[in-house]
Design a protein around this ligand. Structure first.
Ligand SMILES: [Zn+2]
Length: 119
């Protein structure tokens, strides 16, 4: 197996992004893209999940986990990454809801992989 000269990151397939929560680098496909958008009911600027990574404009990337979301909120990382002035933690609630729904669906989903038979 030959490997071209370069950083070890090249072993990851595809582009690599930094999670704004834990600051770890990961393949973009593992991270949730978030963008600034307008809340439909209030018109205020909020941080929205962009799971398809199709929204225009500046985006930030986050592990879609409550832990990394919480870290990002505490560091005000969304506001910094998206260049949003004066945006409080509550403005990223749509992302929190999205991450929370992912986490709860993971928790309640039955395990289809047959781990038990291997040990
Ligand atoms: Zn993370």
């Amino acid at each position: 197996m030959t490997s071209s000269a370069g950083p070890d990151d090249s072993a990851l397939a595809g582009p690599v992004r930094t999670c704004v929560g834990c600051r770890q680098r990961a393949a973009r496909s593992e991270l949730l893209r978030v963008t600034a958008g307008s809340d439909g009911s209030t018109g205020q600027t909020v941080v929205l999940p962009d799971p398809d990574a199709t929204a225009p404009g500046r985006g930030a990337h986050l592990h879609p986990t409550p832990g990394c979301y919480d870290l990002a909120v505490r560091r005000k990382a969304f506001a910094r990454a998206l260049r949003l002035a004066g945006v409080g933690g509550r403005s990223s609630a749509p992302v929190g809801d999205y991450v929370g729904s992912l986490a709860s669906s993971n928790r309640t989903a039955p395990t289809t992989r047959d781990w038990s038979s291997s040990s």
